[in-house]
Design a protein around this ligand. Structure first.
Ligand code: C2E
Ligand code: MG
Ligand code: MG
Length: 922
C-alpha cells in the first residue's frame, strides 16, 4: 500500500458513518478486554487513516506516558520500527503529547507541523519524516487515560478534515468502550482479589443489606455467603451498638470514610474486635450505591494488649495489697482486698478458703465477684472434694483449664454455680502452716495461664506474710494480756473486760458479778513442796475455776494465788453467791501434786453491781475487800461485799500509808505485859507488845494496825523494830535477885519467818549483839499459822536460833489447828494457851478438859505453858488446880511502858495466891 493510497483507506470502505458503525460493532465484541480494545483500535486507525497509529497511555502514577501499542499501515515495516517506538516513555510535562494529557485538548496538524522538537517521537520522525499528525486525548468520565497518536510519514498526503472528524468520532466512542472494558477488568480483578485477600470485605447496599461477602468474611464471621447475602449487615454483624451509634458511623462513612476499632459478633455469638475501614460505593454518576467495609481481626492484638494490661494490673494489685499488709491491722480487711483484686484483675470469681477455728472444716472467708455471697459456706475437706481442699492437700498451686471436668477433684458447689471454665488456686503458705487457699474460677471459655497462677500466688504470699505478722502481733498481745502459767487473762485484760461489761450493762439493763478468789494457805504448798508444786496447783485450779462459770465469763489471774472472775448477766446477789459456791465446790476435790492429794480451800469475795458503776478498779477493790473479810472470818468461805467493807478497805490503805511514815518517824513503841510464875508470884518474864504513837489518833493498839502491817509486808521492818526496842529496854532490867526477869517474849509475824525481805536469823543475831542481850533471855512467840505457812523455811531458821539459845513459844495455842505435830517437828519450848480457852474456865465446864489435856500433854513433853488472858480469880484458881505454872492477864497486870515495868519490878512479887486487884496500869 502506498502513501497515496492512504487517503483511500477508510473511503474505500464506505461512508464515514458506515465505517464508524462497523468499527464500533467490532469493538463491542471484544469490549470486555481493554488491551484488546486498544489493540484493535490502533490497528484499525493505522489501516483506515495511515500511516502510524499508537496509543500512549498515562502510567499508574499519572506522571508518564508510555507507548502501549502502535501499528503501521505497512505491516512489513513494523519489525524495524520497534526499536524506534517501544521504549519511548516520556514525562507528561514535556512534548506535544504531554501537553495533550495536561490540557485534555487534541493537537492536530493536518499538514506537517512547524516544530517537532519537543516530541518524543523525534527519533521516529527523524527517521520517517511527517506529513501530518493528530494527537487526541483518550478520555473517559473526564479523566485523560492516554493519547491516541496518528501521523503520516514524509511523502504521504496530509490529512483531510474528513479524516480528522472520523478519527475524532472513532476516538470518542472507542474511549468509552475502552473505559468500560477497563472498568470491567478492574471489577473482575477485584473479584479475584476479594476471593484471595485475607481481610474480610463486606459491601452493603443503601438499605444496609449485604451485597458482597468474601471468603475471608466467611472465615472471620463464621457465616456462609449464602446465609448472609441480602440480610441486614447490622443484624448479622454489629455487636453492642445502638441504632444511634450505627447511624453516626454510617453518616461518617458516607461523608469522609471511617476507620477504627469496631466490635463484631461471630456466628456463635462471641464478640470480637476488628479493625474496620469503610467507604461509600458510588456509581459512575457519583451516586452512593452502598458501603464497602474491610475488616481485619485484631482480637489477637487485643488479647496480647489485654494480657499486658492485665499483668500491669496484677502487679499493681499485688503491690497495693503488699502496702496495705504493711500497714498491719486485722487481716480480714486484707482478705477482702485480696479476693477483690483477684476477681477484678483475673476477671473471675475469687474466694479465700480457710480452716475453721477448730481446724475441722474448710470455710469460705472472703469472696469477690460472686452474685450470691458465699462467705461462711462450708466446703468439703477431703482432697477429692474440692479445688480448695485439693490444693491444700497437695500444698501446691493449681491450674486447670476445665475445672468442672478435672478428674482430681469435684468442684465445690458454690464454684460450680458460676458455670466455671478454668480455675486457679494458690496456697496461702505461712511460716509454720498454711493459712488457707486462694481460688479463682472464670466463666466458660476463659482459661487461666501460668502468669495468672503466679499472680494469685503473689497475692497469697502477701496474705501469708500479713497473717504471720498479725498472728505474731496477736501472740505478743496475748502474752502481754495473759498469765503465762495458767493462760488466763491477767490484771490488765480483766480490767478491760470489766470495763467492757460495765459499758454493756450501761447500754442494756443487766448486772455484773465480780468474784475475787484467794487460795487459803497457798504458801503452805508453795513453801512446803516448792514453787514447782505451787505452780502446778495454780495451773490445776485454773481450769476448775473456768469450769465453774459460763464460757462467756472471764476468769483471770492477778498474780500470786489471786483469781478474779467476771460474770455477766447475774441477776442478783443470791445468784452471785450461787456461782461463788459452785466455784468453791469446784475446788473441793483434792489436787494431785507430786504424787499426793492435797486439799485446798479458797476464800471468795463477791461484789454485784448494776448500772451506774463505772470504775473497774473500784469494783475490784470491793471484791477484794469482801475476800479479805472471808479470810478474816476464818477462810474457806464466801463473803458478799457491803459498803462497810469498802470503808474498811479505804481505811486499810490509809493505815498502810501512815504506818510506813510512822516507821520512818520512829512512832512505834513497845509495852510490856508481865508473865507470872504462879508458884512464886514473881514476874518471870514479860511479853513485848507493840504500840503505835500515832500523831493524831494517839496510842494505837495492835488490833488497829497489825493486820495492815501483815498484809503490806510492813510487819517485817515493824517486827525488827519491836525486837530492838524490847531488847534495848530489857538490858535495863535487873537480871538477878529480886524481880529478876528470866526472859522477854517478842511476837513474830509469819512473814518474818522466811517472808520476802526477811532474814530472821541475821536480824535476831544482829539485835542480840547490838543490844548485848543474851540469847537465853529471848523468847520468840509464833502462831501455828506462821508455822503452817512457813513450815519449810521455818524448820532450819528455828533450829539455828535454838542452837544460839533463843527459845520459841507457840502463841494462841488452840485457835489454829492445835496440831501436836508442830511440837514434834519444830523446836518449841513452850505454849501459850489462847485466851478463848482461859476465858471459859470456871464458867464453861466443857473448856476445862481441853485445857487439862493441853497441860497434861505439855507436861509430858517437858514444855512450859502460859495461860493467856487471865482476868478473873476463878480462872486463876482453876488453872492452879489444873497445874498451870505460868499466866498472863489483866488480873495481874496490863501491858505497860518500860518505865512502868521497871517500877513494878522494883516493887517486888505480885500477889498470886490471893492477888490484889491489878494496879492501874493501863
Ligand atoms: P498476843 O501475842 O496473844 O498478845 C496478848 C494480847 O492479849 C495483848 O493484846 C494483850 O494486851 C492482851 N491481853 C493480855 N491479858 C489480857 C486479858 O486479861 N484480857 C484481855 N482481853 N486481853 C489480854 P495486844 O497488845 O492488843 O496485842 C494483840 C496481838 O497483837 C498480840 O496477841 C499479838 O498477836 C499481836 N502483837 C502485839 N505486838 C506485836 C508485835 O510486836 N509483833 C507482832 N507480829 N504481833 C504483835
Ligand atoms: Mg503473843
Ligand atoms: Mg497470844
Amino acid at each position: 500500500m502506498t502513501p497515496n493510497d492512504s487517503t483511500q483507506g477508510w473511503r474505500a470502505q464506505g461512508s464515514a458513518e458506515t465505517v464508524l458503525a462497523r468499527l464500533l460493532g467490532a469493538l463491542a465484541e471484544i469490549s470486555l478486554d481493554p488491551d484488546a480494545v486498544l489493540e484493535f483500535l490502533v490497528r484499525q486507525c493505522a489501516d483506515l487513516f495511515g500511516d502510524l497509529c499508537g496509543a500512549r497511555m498515562v502510567s499508574l502514577d499519572g506522571q508518564y506516558l508510555e507507548n502501549r501499542v502502535w501499528h503501521h499501515r505497512d505491516h512489513a515495516l513494523e519489525g524495524e520500527l520497534h526499536e524506534l517506538l517501544d521504549p519511548v516513555v516520556q514525562s507528561i510535562e514535556v512534548g506535544n503529547t504531554g501537553r495533550v494529557v495536561r490540557s485534555g485538548k487534541p493537537t492536530v496538524y493536518l499538514k506537517a507541523p512547524p516544530d517537532l522538537r519537543a516530541s518524543a517521537q523525534t527519533a521516529y520522525m527523524e527517521a520517517r519524516g511527517i506529513a501530518g499528525v493528530m494527537l487526541i486525548p483518550f478520555a473517559s468520565r473526564g479523566k485523560v487515560l492516554g493519547v491516541l497518536h496518528l501521523s503520516r510519514d514524509r511523502g504521504s498526503a496530509p490529512y483531510t478534515e474528513e479524516d480528522r472528524d472520523l478519527f475524532f468520532a472513532i476516538c470518542d466512542r472507542a474511549s468509552l468502550v475502552y473505559d468500560n472494558a477497563r472498568l470491567y477488568r478492574e471489577l473482575a480483578r477485584q473479584g479475584t482479589i476479594l476471593e484471595q485477600v485475607d481481610a474480610a470485605v463486606v459491601a452493603v447496599d443503601t438499605d444496609g443489606c449485604i451485597t458482597s461477602w468474601n471468603p475471608a468474611a466467611e472465615r472471620l464471621f463464621g457465616h456462609a455467603r449464602a446465609e448472609v447475602l441480602g440480610r441486614r449487615g447490622a443484624d448479622v454483624l454489629s455487636a453492642p451498638y445502638s441504632d444511634e451509634q450505627l447511624a453516626a458511623a454510617r453518616e461518617e462513612t458516607l461523608a469522609i470514610g471511617w476507620e477504627g476499632e469496631w466490635q463484631m459478633l461471630r456466628a456463635d455469638g462471641t464478640p470480637f474486635p476488628v479493625w474496620a475501614r469503610a467507604s461509600a460505593l458510588t456509581d459512575e454518576n457519583g451516586v452512593v450505591t452502598g458501603i464497602v467495609g474491610v475488616f481485619s481481626d485484631i482480637s489477637a492484638e487485643r488479647r496480647s494488649q489485654q494480657l499486658i494490661e492485665r499483668r500491669a494490673l496484677q502487679h499493681e494489685a499485688v503491690a497495693m495489697l503488699g502496702e496495705r499488709a504493711l500497714e498491719g491491722g486485722d487481716p480480714e480487711v486484707l482478705f477482702a482486698r485480696a479476693v477483690d483484686a483477684a476477681a477484678r484483675t483475673l476477671r473471675a470469681q475469687a474466694a479465700l478458703v480457710q480452716h475453721s477455728e477448730d481446724g475441722t472444716a474448710l470455710v469460705v472467708r472472703a469472696a469477690g465477684g460472686f452474685e450470691a455471697d458465699p462467705v461462711g459456706t462450708v466446703v468439703p475437706t477431703e482432697p477429692s472434694g474440692g479445688l480448695a481442699a485439693y490444693a491444700l492437700a497437695t500444698q501446691r498451686g493449681l491450674l486447670t483449664r476445665d475445672a468442672a471436668a478435672d478428674p482430681r477433684f469435684t468442684l465445690e458447689p458454690f464454684l460450680v454455680d458460676s458455670g466455671p471454665g478454668g480455675a486457679v488456686a494458690a496456697v496461702v503458705q505461712g511460716r509454720d502452716r498454711s493459712h488457707g487457699v486462694l481460688v479463682a474460677v472464670a466463666p466458660l471459655h476463659h482459661a487461666f495461664g501460668e502468669a495468672d497462677l503466679r499472680f494469685l500466688q503473689s497475692l497469697a504470699n502477701v496474705l501469708a506474710d500479713a497473717i504471720d505478722r498479725w498472728q505474731g502481733d496477736q501472740e505478743q498481745l496475748r502474752r502481754a494480756l495473759h498469765d503465762p502459767l495458767t493462760g488466763l487473762p491477767n490484771r490488765t485484760l480483766v480490767l478491760d473486760r470489766i470495763d467492757q461489761a460495765l459499758a454493756r450493762i450501761d447500754r442494756a439493763d443487766g448486772s455484773l458479778a465480780i468474784l475475787f478468789l484467794d487460795i487459803d494457805h497457798f504458801k503452805v504448798i508453795n513453801d512446803g513442796l516448792g514453787h514447782g508444786a505451787g505452780d502446778e496447783l495454780l495451773a490445776m485450779i485454773a481450769p476448775r475455776l473456768r469450769g465453774a462459770v459460763r464460757p462467756s465469763d472471764t476468769v483471770g489471774r492477778f498474780g500470786g494465788d489471786e483469781f478474779v472472775m467476771v460474770c455477766e448477766g447475774v441477776r442478783d446477789e443470791a445468784m452471785a453467791l450461787m456461782i461463788a459456791r459452785r466455784v468453791t465446790e469446784g475446788c473441793a476435790a483434792p489436787f494431785r501434786i507430786g504424787g499426793q492429794d492435797h486439799h485446798v480451800t479458797v476464800s471468795v469475795g463477791v461484789v454485784v453491781c448494776a448500772r451506774g458503776a463505772h470504775d473497774a478498779e473500784a469494783l475490784l477493790r470491793d471484791a477484794d475487800a469482801a475476800m479479805y473479810r472471808a479470810k478474816e472470818r476464818g477462810r474457806s468461805r464466801v463473803e458478799l461485799f457491803d459498803m462497810g467493807m469498802r470503808a474498811r478497805a479505804v481505811e486499810r490503805m490509809q493505815i498502810e500509808r501512815e504506818l510506813r511514815a510512822g516507821l520512818d518517824r520512829d512512832e512505834l513503841r513497845v509495852w510490856f505485859q508481865p508473865i507470872l510464875d504462879l508458884t512464886t508470884g514473881e514476874i518471870a518474864s514479860v511479853e513485848a507488845l507493840v504500840r503505835w504513837q500515832h500523831p493524831e489518833r494517839g496510842m494505837l493498839q495492835p488490833s488497829q494496825f497489825i493486820h495492815v502491817a501483815e498484809e503490806s509486808g510492813l510487819v517485817v521492818p515493824l517486827g525488827r523494830r519491836v525486837l530492838e526496842l524490847a531488847c534495848l529496854q530489857a538490858a535495863h532490867w535487873p537480871r538477878d535477885g529480886h524481880g529478876r526477869l528470866r526472859a522477854v517474849h517478842v511476837n513474830l509475824a509469819a512473814q518474818q519467818v522466811g517472808g520476802a525481805g526477811s532474814d530472821l536469823t541475821a536480824v535476831v543475831e544482829d539485835v542480840l549483839r547490838t543490844t548485848r542481850t543474851p540469847p537465853q533471855q529471848l523468847v520468840l512467840e509464833l502462831t501455828e499459822t506462821a508455822l503452817l505457812e512457813r513450815g519449810a523455811v521455818a524448820g532450819d531458821t528455828l533450829a539455828h536460833l535454838v542452837d544460839l539459845g533463843v527459845r520459841f513459844y507457840l502463841d494462841d495455842f488452840g485457835t489454829g489447828y492445835s496440831s501436836l505435830g508442830y511440837l514434834d517437828r519444830f523446836p518449841i519450848a513452850g505454849l501459850k494457851i489462847d485466851r478463848s480457852f482461859v476465858d471459859g474456865l470456871g464458867v464453861h465446864a466443857e473448856k476445862t478438859p481441853i485445857v487439862k489435856a493441853i497441860l497434861r500433854m505439855t507436861e509430858a513433853l517437858g514444855l512450859d505453858t502460859v495461860a493467856e488472858g487471865v482476868e478473873r480469880e476463878d480462872q486463876l484458881a482453876e488453872l492452879r488446880e489444873l497445874g498451870c505454872t505460868s499466866a498472863q492477864g489483866y488480873l495481874f497486870a496490863r501491858p505497860m511502858t518500860g518505865e512502868a515495868l521497871s517500877e513494878l519490878l522494883l516493887a517486888g512479887p505480885l500477889a498470886t495466891a490471893a492477888p490484889p486487884a491489878p494496879r492501874g496500869l493501863v
